[in-house]
Write a new protein. Structure first.
Length: 462
């Protein structure tokens, strides 16, 4: 590998979120030389830059469907006190939640990159893509001082979350007019968990109906979706400006702290720089308004204060690939199995409305889990480009389930194996699917029903 203004690797991964990191590490595990370019100065994407927490979900109702890198990382973080491991979801949406510490995660990902020999290019963003016929030949990256580096590779992975590289290279993409809204997440400390739980037990009708009747506090971990009446009154009187019907917050890994996922910026395009800038400013205004409301009106928050605001507003949905297969909500509810499965998902279809204050939510029918096929990572326009993470080929509604972090890591890992093997064999990933599947299985990934881990009883104990 040569480093400087030109670089040549087997696999270039663009975007260092959880899917990109998983892809880069798995490509390296399969013997590829790998560069991972990230426009910010941290790995982890939404989990670190936007403080999104907890990871949900690793589990369908009858077993764990996410293994491999995501599970190893959870165990590593847990051993260091940077994750509480898998816990039952106190909100009642998913089977499990996995709280993590964003700073612990950021360090662990960088360490992992060092151990696996992945060259991380922090502060580098996509500037140009050079196509030769229907292949990507090189990608030019620009650093924050306007220096450039041209990276050539036989295979590229787009893990930007926005599909920036796929879009630039000419893949078919779509973006919905009713994209899910953005949220600026913030952390509060000195929250009195017992007081929140006592109120929840006394007034369960003020909270999401799926929540446990004995309250939202389990073994010291809290998660709440509701305070509907408080929010309704405050919005009607004009004290609360946030266009949302509830407050949603979860504990992180620190006593007394909660991560508030409740601001809502609608009608802005996550793939437009100017609209993102406006969204960030609106998110900051909403953060102040919401935190004031919470401390002055919600039980348990009288002494709470904001201790951290995310560096970047969280963008739930932007462009998605229209790939060789477009998975939809019918596949998800039918618990689809595919001959080219590379990962599984189990999160409910969960749509934060971009038009009004509501949230729509459907549990996955039947077994509560489904396969994701390799074809959702592949396009028909650019031979040597894979797309991983939240912008894979799914519909707007299908996306509302596949977008979550455990699934993005599993999909990323699969993309990494596919890219490395495709580079080595000089074959299209679809032609070498059995090799990809075997490589993933040898890394502990969960692909078919027999791989599912039945650890639900351990989960129930918290
Ligand atoms: C507000 C909000 C709440 C959510 N709640 C949950 C939850 O509770 N649990 C859950 O599991 N999931 C949740 N999600 C979903 C989840 O966080 C994301 O869908 C997931 O993290 C996406 O991972 P990714 O790797 O595909 O993309 P990202 O995490 O977005 O990573 C993409 C990376 O690429 C980089 N990048 C982008 N463009 C370029 C470029 N042009 N050049 C170089 N680098 C680039 C970015 O800086 C970023 O680091 C939530 C998302 C949001 C926004």
């Amino acid at each position: 590998m040569s480093v400087g203004h030109k670089m040549k690797v087997d696999v270039l991964v663009l975007g260092g979120g959880l899917s990109g990191a998983a892809a880069a590490f798995e490509a390296a595990r399969n013997g590829a030389t790998v560069a991972l370019a990230e426009r910010s100065f941290m790995l982890g994407g939404a989990a670190t830059l936007s403080l999104v927490n907890p990871w949900q979900t690793f589990h369908s109702p009858s077993g764990r469907v996410i293994g491999g890198f995501a599970q190893e990382l959870t165990e590593k973080l847990r051993a260091r006190g940077h994750s509480l491991g898998h816990l039952p979801d106190p909100v009642g949406f998913a089977t499990s939640v996995t709280p993590i510490d964003p700073d612990g995660l950021r360090s662990a990902l960088d360490e992992e990159a060092k151990e696996r020999g992945v060259a991380v290019l922090y502060g580098h963003r996509l500037r140009d893509a050079e196509m030769v016929e229907n292949r990507l030949r090189s990608v030019t990256l620009e650093d924050e001082h306007l220096g450039t580096i041209c990276v050539r590779a036989p295979v590229f992975i787009d893990a930007t979350g926005n599909g920036d590289l796929s879009n630039m290279a000419g893949c078919r993409m779509e973006i919905d007019s009713d994209c899910q809204p953005m949220t600026l997440i913030f952390t509060m400390d000195a929250v009195d968990f017992e007081a929140v739980a006592a109120y929840h037990r006394a007034r369960p009708e003020e909270f999401y109906e799926g929540a446990a009747k004995d309250g939202p506090l389990r073994g010291g971990y809290i998660g709440v979706s509701g305070f509907f009446e408080h929010v309704r009154r405050a919005r009607e009187s004009g004290r609360l400006m946030v266009p949302r019907d509830r407050v949603l917050f979860f504990g992180n890994t620190r006593p007394g702290q909660v991560v508030v996922n409740a601001t809502r910026v609608t009608g802005k395009h996550g793939a437009s720089g100017t609209e993102l800038s406006e969204a960030m400013r609106e998110g900051l205004e909403q953060t102040k308004n919401l935190a004031d409301f919470m401390t002055s009106e919600l039980p348990g928050f009288a002494r709470a204060r904001v201790v951290r605001i995310a560096d970047q507003i969280g963008v739930r949905e932007t462009r998605r690939l229209i790939g060789r297969y477009v998975m939809d909500e019918n596949d998800i509810h039918a618990n689809a199995n595919f001959d080219d499965a590379i990962a599984k998902g189990a999160f409910p279809l969960d749509i934060h409305s971009g038009a009004d204050a509501s949230l729509s939510y459907e549990k996955v029918s039947g077994k509560g889990r489904y396969d994701i096929p390799l074809r959702c990572l592949l396009n028909s326009e650019v031979e040597n480009l894979l797309t991983v993470g939240k912008c894979i080929s799914v519909t707007h509604k299908g996306f509302s389930s596949t977008r979550v972090m455990p699934t993005c890591m599993a999909v990323g890992q699969a993309g990494g194996a596919a890219a490395a093997l495709s580079a080595k064999m000089k074959r299209d990933p679809e032609e070498i699917y059995p090799l990809i599947r075997d490589a993933l299985r040898s890394a502990g990934a969960i692909i078919s029903e027999e791989d599912i881990v039945n650890d639900i009883d351990a989960l129930a104990l918290g």
